[in-house]
Design a protein around this ligand. Structure first.
Ligand code: SF4
Length: 964
């Protein structure tokens, strides 16, 4: 069969071949937060997602949100409706499937189970349930019920507060991973960077209180290590001390509540020195604008509402409520049932009270602990219907599959903040024979004969809802069509006046609350935590997420068990050894990861892996840490306890597979990742400037006649190690994921690696610096003179270029590169359909035998140059950004023209914290790093006088063992 190329006779107005078109839309399920974005579409297919600057995410996206592209193009999506016969799923047609499902939607015996919903869809689902007589339950596995309940108790204001970290001069977190997985990490990371922008001559000290250093904890200046589940009583002890120091109305009202909790009374329970609690109270009491964040998912134990309430009271006595913590005006995720509600649903399914469950956008068979028995109860009911787009564990256990469009193929809206609404529009036609979930529900309702809907499809329903509210809001409005068109371009609108801050008056219930002092525990305690890659497990079939090294362990494609070296030693465990972890609920076996950032009495496992279904990259990877949870829920909010179970560990006596993408935990004093004390940084800024530009302006580095010398700055004070830049680079530059085995052999293809180095402090602790490492585009590049075929060469604009079709694969360049950033294609990697549709047509897809590395997004440079040339000018700041710069939530990366004295990059590169990586080699890199800044007292050097390594955390070097 031959293919024919047929030109458009009448081209569609929004497709100009070879030209990108951007559509504003909303990612409701891109992770913990709802994110506004622009989808870049080329010739009818979306190839890149970038943040919409009108949204609280300030134009940035997380790594997980960027990987939604791989979710859209997932080869393992359900391609069309399916029924089930004795041998498994069989093809069905839509009419047949809808009629069959409508026939079993019995009033009072049917449940519609969705993910959390805000906006018009909430009204739609409620109306659908009423029309069909079904019950609607919206459920979020990593919900925020405890936080919302605590604020309702404290102030009578349910919902999520806004955490205004950027206004704070002192930040304390009781465990929330707010830079990685909790609440709104993209937004909060930007706010965190604002609070610590040392160039503005301030740098809020950050203390992390909890049993384990998460991605967020690694960015703290100080760690107060407490037992899992004791965060609440420690917060009360700190509050008691702050109240004693500050006094005031709140302190007086809470005297009875707080007086039982002193540093001395909680110290033994929490396993912490009383002096550390007193010191923290001193700092909070003397701060002008403090903020305290609550425990996140990993700190959610039985009694988690009390822990959140304790932190709320601490904020109150600190004076943070109403200033840095604004109740009720934070991010909205919508109605969400708790684990307790889900347990009740299981009981009703078991009792035979429910015949039919329709699941849309949720995966409870995987996302609830086994001990709750959802899978068995679901298998026991007669009619199990999945409207999910992927064959996840719940879909696989269903008997009808009516696959929904991906959210990038869907219409919708959401309330993202009180009064602020955003719209979602399809950015491309559906790839498979799928339908919008709401359209499927409309068809089912119509087929039951009980529909009260007056529209035929969801888009009409949505538009009608907006039309009605638009007419109501503006009595003499401009045509609705104009408003709607502009809204679809902008992505969001303020629909009702922003609510004034509700008066945060302490409710009597909180002022008289009787907190419990838990019984002291001994032995090992479990905590589980979400990761930036998988969150609740939704990223597990995306190879970009499997291959994005975890910020803490740097492991890929697997699960691991975090154990303190002192706990591992008696068992003879080393990183990579298999260990069995047991609780009363069950056991799992996974490789150990020895980590100084966890308490010796605590064991931690990541969530999100261990799928039994869900696709080729997810299935069989790692273990499901939920199997260890016994289904304990918080008595007040019904939130699931992710921490606090007693746990035992046993060495299995075998090595497992654990590919760790970092060679050494220390930079061995070689000036790779630099940290400087905050006082030194503040003194230096505005004073002496490091003059690196003498080197960079040398004619060697670019053609003197060229107006450009492209360069980059990376601020290690701003970099949190989130990995968003890494995923942005994968998406933009067609970087293949190679799998666990090749990663373990050091054959990963990532053009950017985030190195995580530990630096010792004087008190025997450690500080972490995250260092994005990529091709430095050296002016005097060691890779260039050794290439026998001139494949590595220097452009007139100072780029270190690589000519793919000249490269013969000797790899001399990689051997001679001191930064180890060159990647060799050992194989031609596959992009199974439809993943190939995501490939960026502006970037070559490389094949076996070719060397590659960061190009500084040369395709974006060239496009910007062409556009500028058409306007008769040179490229200037703001014309374009590299993908990594664009994706970074904290704006740690700045790219531009070093020859333009007005460019941001040329100014930042002259800063007092500037240095070149391995500067003594005189390679004249185009990348200038700005040293990280810490409040800790740093030890002088990572080397002792004998030249031996002083690794702060984990003496292991598994990657070296694996051949790195
Ligand atoms: S530089 Fe990369 S890893 Fe660092 S904060 Fe920015 S996106 Fe995250």
């Amino acid at each position: 069969m031959s293919d024919k190329l047929i030109p458009y006779l009448v081209p569609p107005e929004d497709i100009i071949p070879g030209t990108n078109v951007e559509y504003a839309t909303l990612l409701k399920n891109g992770g913990p937060e709802q994110l506004g974005l622009y989808a870049t579409v080329r010739d009818g297919r979306v190839i890149k997602l970038e943040g919409n600057p009108r949204f609280p995410n300030r134009g940035r996206l997380s790594a997980l949100a960027q990987s939604a592209l791989q979710d859209l193009y997932d080869p393992d999506r359900i391609p069309g409706p399916r029924g089930r016969d004795a041998d498994g799923f069989v093809d069905a047609d839509w009419d047949e499937a809808i009629a069959a499902v409508a026939g079993v939607v019995a009033p009072g015996r049917t449940v519609l189970l969705t993910g959390p919903v805000t906006g018009s869809a909430a009204e739609f689902y409620a109306q659908w349930a009423e029309a069909t007589g079904a019950e609607w339950i919206a459920w979020e596995p990593l919900g925020l019920e405890a936080l919302s309940t605590a604020h309702e108790i404290a102030f009578g204001i349910p919902g999520i507060p806004s955490y205004e970290i950027h206004r704070a001069d002192r930040i304390v977190s009781f465990g929330a991973d707010f830079l990685g997985t909790w609440l709104a990490p993209v937004e909060l990371a930007a706010r965190f960077a604002d609070a610590r922008n040392v160039e503005d001559l301030h740098h809020a000290k950050f203390t992390h209180v909890g049993p384990r250093l998460s991605l967020t904890g690694l960015n703290a200046d100080e760690w107060i290590s407490v037992r899992p589940g004791t965060e609440g009583i420690v917060a009360l002890a700190v509050a008691s001390e702050v109240a004693r120091r500050k006094g005031g109305g709140a302190a007086a009202r809470l005297e009875d509540v707080l007086s039982r909790f002193t540093p001395a009374t909680v110290a033994e329970h929490a396993g912490v020195e009383p002096a550390r609690i007193e010191h923290l109270a001193d700092e909070l009491a003397s701060a002008n604008s403090p903020i305290v964040l609550p425990p996140g998912i990993s700190g959610q134990a039985a009694g988690s509402t009390e822990a959140h309430l304790a932190v709320t009271l601490l904020n109150l006595v600190c004076g943070a409520i109403g200033t840095t913590v604004r109740p009720g005006v934070g991010p909205m995720r919508g109605i969400s049932a708790s684990a307790a509600t889900m347990r009740n649903l299981v009981e009703r399914m078991e009792s035979g009270a429910i015949d039919t469950v329709i699941v849309a956008g949720a995966n409870p068979v995987y996302g609830l602990p086994k001990s709750l028995g959802f899978a068995e109860a679901y298998a026991g009911i007669a009619n199990r219907v999945s409207l999910c787009s992927h064959l996840d564990e719940t879909a696989a256990a269903s008997n009808w599959l009516l696959p929904a469009n991906h959210e990038l193929e869907s219409w919708g809206d959401a309330e993202i903040r009180p009064g602020i609404w955003a719209v979602a529009q399809p950015v491309m036609r559906p790839l498979f024979d799928t339908r919008q979930a709401e359209d499927v529900l409309l068809s089912i309702a119509a087929a039951t004969g009980r529909s009260s809907f007056e529209v035929e499809d969801w888009k009409s329903w949505l538009e009608a809802a907006w039309r009605a509210s638009y007419a109501q809001a503006a009595p003499d409005p401009a045509p609705f069509e104009d408003f709607w068109f502009e809204l679809l371009q902008a992505g969001a609108v303020q629909r009702s006046a922003s609510q004034p801050d509700p008066a945060p008056t302490l409710a009597p219930a909180a002022a008289n609350y009787r907190f419990n002092l838990p019984d002291p525990v001994s032995g090992l305690t479990l905590t589980t935590f979400a990761t930036a890659q998988f969150y609740d497990g939704r990223g597990a079939n995306r190879s970009w997420m499997q291959e994005l090294p975890d910020a803490v362990s740097k492991a890929v494609w697997n699960s691991w068990v975090e154990i303190h070296p002192a706990t591992a030693e008696p068992l003879g465990l080393e990183t990579g050894d298999l260990v069995e972890v047991r609780t009363s609920a069950g056991s799992v076996t996974a490789p150990a990861f020895l980590y100084e950032g966890i308490r010796p009495d605590t064991i931690a496992l990541p969530l999100g892996q261990g799928h039994t279904q869900y696709g080729r990259n997810a299935q069989g990877r790692g273990v499901n840490a939920l199997d260890l949870l016994d289904g304990t829920v918080d008595g007040r909010s019904g939130a699931l306890a992710f921490a606090g179970a007693s746990v035992e560990i046993t060495a299995v006596g075998r090595r497992g597979t654990l590919a760790i993408m970092q060679g050494s935990d220390s930079d061995l004093g070689r000036e790779i990742g630099e940290l400087m004390p905050v006082d030194d940084a503040l003194k230096a800024i505005g004073g002496h400037h490091v003059d690196l530009r003498e080197i960079l302006e040398n004619a060697w580095d670019s053609d003197p006649k060229s107006p450009y010398r492209w360069g980059m700055t990376i601020d290690l004070n701003a970099c949190t190690g989130c990995g968003a830049c890494v995923t942005a680079c994968y998406a933009e530059n067609n970087i293949p994921a190679v799998g666990e085995e090749l990663c373990a052999q050091g054959r990963e293809m990532s053009w950017i690696q985030i190195m995580r180095y530990f630096e010792q402090t004087e008190d025997d602790g450690f500080q972490t610096v995250h260092v994005p490492v990529l091709c430095q585009h050296c002016g005097d590049a060691p890779c260039e003179p050794v290439c026998p075929v001139y494949a590595a060469y220097h452009t007139a604009e100072g780029l270190n270029a690589q000519v793919y079709n000249r490269c013969v694969g000797t790899r001399y360049c990689a051997n001679n590169c001191p930064y180890k950033v060159r990647r060799f294609n050992w194989f031609t990697y596959e992009h199974p359909y439809p993943l190939n549709l995501q490939l960026n047509p502006d970037v070559t897809v490389r094949e076996t035998g070719v060397m590659e590395k960061c190009t500084f997004c040369v395709q974006r440079i060239n496009r910007a140059k062409l556009d500028a040339k058409a306007e008769g000018r040179h490229v200037q700041d703001g014309d374009f950004q590299t993908a990594c710069m664009q994706g970074c939530p904290t704006q740690a990366i700045v790219f531009g023209n070093l020859k333009d004295p007005a460019s941001a990059v040329s100014k930042i590169a002259k800063g007092a914290r500037a240095y070149h990586m391995l500067g003594e080699l005189n390679t004249r890199p185009a990348i200038t790093y700005l040293a990280g800044v810490s409040h800790a007292r740093l030890a002088q050097s990572g080397h002792d006088e004998h030249g031996e390594d002083n690794e702060a955390a984990g003496d292991h070097d598994p990657a070296a063992e694996a051949g790195h």
